[in-house]
Design a protein around this ligand. Structure first.
Ligand code: GCO
Length: 259
């Protein structure tokens, strides 16, 4: 190595990251990526068994991991969770708003209750958890918020409109967070996953016609792997992105960039 050694801008040592919906899927993969970059991890979910298993597996890999079981759709539980962190002296330096559900149905058949459930889980929860985290980040003079959008933050697909609307909202919520919190050294950005190999997409992956469509429509000619989000989330959680605000990075193999 030549020249004066400089700190690694992607190093997350000494920082704590809360990842919502992280006992499996994309959230778990992002938690692994953040842990590998040195962060202490707080896993979140609602299923105690799945959450404990995920935390145990990550600790077995040598990572500093704990879990926080609360439902991101239960505002009182979210507030109580952050009050608990305060009481423990646990500072959430990095928040990844990942929790979300999918519900595929044509709108003419869609019950309003199902519409509301998707919007509440995929969008409103990011506001509530983001607000509670930002109050504390602002007090400490720094913080990183990474919201998980989707390629459907930009493009619609029939039968997933509530998900698409919520993910479009995530893009604009991220810009709103940047507008309000950027001056307090809290950077808010987003990641837009493409078609990823997750449980949520199992029905699509196992549908030969849909599988062929994804592969034909994506410049990379393949589905994405959850671990392929790690680079973008570490970047947006690290000092390397201190002058990046209100952006959404699409990790989609190029799908939204081409016809
Ligand atoms: C679908 C998928 C998409 C996901 C995709 C990209 O039914 O089309 O679930 O809505 O958002 O994995 O994020």
């Amino acid at each position: 190595m030549t020249g004066t050694p400089r700190p690694n801008p992607f190093d997350l040592s000494g920082r704590t990251a809360l990842v919502t919906g992280s006992s499996r899927g994309l959230g778990r993969a992002m938690a692994e990526g953040l842990a590998a970059a040195g962060a202490r991890i707080v896993l979140n979910g609602v299923d105690p068994g799945r959450l404990a298993a995920a935390a145990g597996e990550m600790r077995a890999e040598g990572f500093d991991v704990r879990d926080a079981r609360f439902d991101v759709c239960d505002e009182a539980a979210v507030v109580a969770a952050f009050e608990g962190f305060d009481a423990e002296g646990l500072a959430v330096d990095i928040l990844v708003n990942n929790a979300g559900i999918q519900f595929r149905k044509p709108m003419v058949d869609l019950a309003t209750a199902d519409w509301r459930r998707v919007i509440e889980t995929n969008l409103t929860s990011a506001f509530v958890v983001g607000r509670e985290a930002a109050k504390r980040m602002i007090g400490r003079g720094r913080g990183k918020i990474v919201n998980v959008g989707s390629l459907t933050s930009e493009l619609a697909r029939a039968t997933v409109t509530p998900y698409t609307v919520a993910k479009g909202g995530i893009k604009m919520l991220t810009r709103g967070m940047a507008a309000e919190w950027g001056a307090r050294n809290v950077q808010a950005n987003a990641i837009g996953p493409g078609y990823m190999l997750t449980d949520m997409n199992e029905a699509l992956i196992n549908d030969p016609a849909f599988d062929a469509w994804v592969k034909g429509r994506t410049p990379a000619r393949r589905w994405g792997r959850p671990d392929e989000l790690a680079g973008a989330v570490v970047f947006l959680a690290s000092p390397a992105s201190d002058y990046v605000n209100g952006q959404i990075i699409y990790v989609d193999g190029g799908m939204i960039s081409v016809l």
